[in-house]
Design a protein around this ligand. Structure first.
Ligand code: SF4
Ligand code: FES
Length: 238
């Protein structure tokens, strides 16, 4: 079996590596497609559904989530049908109804011509995109976060909603979160995140607090870096 597949996207014939996602392939062609829960450094999760495209087989067509749908031989794909555009706008409205105060969601909705949502507003800034959970697990290598509960009660939390035993306070989850739901505060040498306080290390040169002790200990052990190399902030380290 060849490791390449041939398919048609927006009337153009293309080849893609078997196993690639439709989203990657479409983007490689320079075609824009909105995404929210996708990040090329992370596994795909298919949560936000903004990246919908329409696929055709014979007389039938259906909408699929392009970030988790693989390319297939002879598949015909369109990224811009009325059905795609209409459904994406509804998805944007649903996101806006869930998180009406999120600037990122407002911007995405605006780009799709959605100014306000017809659905009941919820005011929940977590859109369950899972970027924080995947970043924590796949990039940082810690599993401090996860989803709990189901349906409308589903949320991102630390295990059992207790301060996490494994969180290193690196803040990667807060950084990647598109809505600002995750609160991180650095004050007086202490970082607060996920209901827990973490001591920050003071730079031996300039005296500024620069990173949580837990995170530095994690780096020291994981990459076998001597502690003496982690006593200065990045600026003084040069
Ligand atoms: S906390 Fe932020 S990054 Fe995590 S699932 Fe919710 S919106 Fe996504
Ligand atoms: S980017 Fe594909 S579902 Fe979110």
């Amino acid at each position: 079996m060849s490791d390449r597949v041939r398919l048609t996207i927006n009337d153009r014939e293309v080849q893609a590596e078997r196993g690639a996602s439709l989203l990657e392939t479409v983007r490689r062609m320079g075609i824009e497609i909105p995404t929210l829960c996708y990040n090329e450094e992370l596994s795909s999760y298919g949560a936000c559904r903004l990246c919908l495209v329409e696929i055709f087989r014979g007389d039938h067509s259906r909408l699929v989530v392009s970030c988790v749908h693989p390319v297939e031989e002879d598949l015909v794909v369109r990224t811009d049908t009325d059905r795609v555009m209409r459904t994406r706008r509804v998805v944007a409205e649903l996101l806006l109804a869930r998180s009406p105060n999120s600037e990122k969601i407002q911007q995405i909705a605006r780009e799709m011509g959605v100014e306000e949502a017809r659905f009941q507003q919820e005011d929940n800034d977590c859109i369950l995109c899972g970027l924080c959970v995947r970043t924590c697990r796949e990039v940082v290598g810690v599993e401090a976060l996860g989803f709990s509960q189901r349906g409308s009660k589903r949320e991102v939390t630390t295990p059992f909603n207790e301060p996490s035993q494994v969180c290193i306070a690196c803040g990667a989850c807060a950084y990647i979160c598109p809505t600002g739901y995750i609160k991180l505060e650095d004050k007086d040498g202490v970082r607060k995140i996920w209901g827990k306080e973490f001591k920050l290390r003071k730079c031996q040169e300039c005296g500024n607090h620069f990173a949580p002790e837990f995170q530095l200990k994690y780096i020291q052990e994981k990459w076998n870096i001597p502690r003496e190399n982690l006593l200065l902030c990045p600026t003084c380290h040069g």
